[in-house]
Design a protein around this ligand. Structure first.
Ligand code: HEC
Length: 226
């Protein structure tokens, strides 16, 4: 071993043997990786040409995505339809989606983090807008019964009862932070947060979000994202 290598080995040895040094090294490494993660940029995908029409969902739906995550829906539901015939037939209305029933990567472009998930205790929700409307969803989420699997897992009535947790300021900061990380959102989108969240509850935001799942693709016979 060269002298340099010897030095590295003895330094590492010193750190590993001294609990204080080891703790310091772990804290230091976590801080460095943390700062790196915070400054990681959104991947910039081209949004010109055929993709020039792409637009984010409303600010209320963005808030709804946050609620979805906070309430842990992703631990039981995926948004990740696989390319298997029986699966498409079960979770999506293939007629409504033309030749493009599967989620396209661009559908998650404005989501941070994306909720595709891999757990599937309940059905896949990526094509939900095609099968359930606003009343269905509000009814399901405000369920009070506990005698069925469906009702037992969805007692979220409290989300619709107060406007708590709907601070527009936090969401607008989040939008600004996403913009700083190069997400293609605009100043007017950031401003719209105040108007959109006004008088709404977390439940309303959640329903708004659920109604966007697969909506654009079904409206454009599967050709919105290509
Ligand atoms: C503990 C697991 C669990 C959690 C948490 C959960 N769900 Fe479910 N969900 C299920 C199961 C299981 C079903 C299927 C029940 C049935 O059809 O009998 C279901 C069904 C649904 C359906 C109907 C889908 C369809 O195609 O018929 C929707 C919509 C839904 N859940 C939304 C949500 C939302 C939104 C949340 C978070 C607020 C949530 N779920 C949280 C387990 C869960």
């Amino acid at each position: 071993m060269s002298e340099k290598e010897n030095k590295i080995v003895s330094t590492l040895d010193g750190i590993l043997k001294d609990p204080l040094k080891l703790a310091g090294a772990v804290i230091g490494a976590t801080a460095v990786l943390g700062i790196f993660a915070i400054h990681m940029h959104f991947e910039v995908l081209p949004t010109h040409g055929a993709r020039a029409h792409l637009s984010p969902e409303s600010a209320l739906a963005m808030k709804g995505q946050e609620v979805y995550m906070q309430e842990g829906c992703q631990y039981c539901h995926s948004q990740n339809l696989r390319s298997l015939d029986w699966e498409v037939a079960r979770f999506a209305d293939a007629d409504a989606y033309g030749y493009y029933p599967l989620p396209h990567m661009m559908e998650y472009y404005f989501e941070a983090p994306s909720m595709r998930g891999s757990e599937r205790k309940g059905p896949d929700l990526s094509r939900l807008a095609g099968s359930m409307n606003r009343e269905d969803l509000e009814g399901l989420l405000q369920s009070t019964k506990s005698d069925t699997l469906r009702a037992g897992h969805h007692r979220f009535g409290h989300l619709f009862q107060s406007e708590a947790g709907m601070s527009p300021l936090f969401l607008s900061w989040r939008v600004r932070m996403m913009m700083n990380a190069r997400a293609p959102l605009s100043d007017s989108y950031q401003k719209s947060v105040f108007e959109q969240l006004d008088g709404q509850t977390r439940g309303d935001a959640l329903v708004e979000y659920l109604l966007t799942l697969g909506r654009k693709q079904s409206e454009f016979a599967g050709k919105y994202f290509q």
